[in-house]
Design a protein around this ligand. Structure first.
Ligand SMILES: [Zn+2]
Length: 152
């Protein structure tokens, strides 16, 4: 997986702004073989922000994605995954992995998932890749990336 410079730091800032609630949205980019290249993110608002759960409204996601892609510079850009935040330094939950798996099951293409955990002063990005090998869904968790203190 490849991320645009500062993309994870930007998400850490968004995670901090959302405290004490979770927020999330879509990852935009393209695939280079099995590699997912993430170049941008979209935040999807939620009418009822919560501390322990963020659900993507698929209608809202579709219209936000269409709006973005209308003006996208690169014609290869499209939906490549999703991100959400945790308002504590907590790794992806069992439910998160269920969601990753069901997203992976809905496509043949590899996807990227980011869970940005923050407690305010420090943040950790948990990055997960999903793809297929011999028709089996593979979920790979990367080593967590510490983002440290984010300057205001
Ligand atoms: Zn989560």
């Amino acid at each position: 997986m490849e991320f645009a410079v500062d993309l994870l730091k930007q998400l850490a800032g968004v995670a901090m702004d959302a405290l004490p609630n979770e927020t999330g949205g879509l990852l935009i980019g393209w695939r280079d073989g099995e590699t997912v290249v993430v170049c941008a993110w979209l935040q999807l608002g939620t009418p009822n922000p919560r501390r322990n759960r963020f659900e993507i409204d698929s209608k809202k996601a579709t219209s936000a994605l269409k709006g973005y892609l209308r003006t996208a510079a690169n014609p290869l850009e499209g939906y490549v995954g999703a991100w959400h935040t945790h308002p504590a330094l907590e790794a992806p939950s069992g439910r998160d992995f269920e969601t990753f798996r069901s997203s992976a099951a809905a496509t043949q293409a590899p996807l990227a998932f980011v869970v940005l955990a923050t407690e305010g002063s420090s943040s950790v990005a948990h990055v997960v890749w999903s793809g297929r090998q011999n028709h089996e869904i593979i979920i790979e968790t990367q080593k967590p990336i510490a983002l440290g203190r984010i300057a205001e």
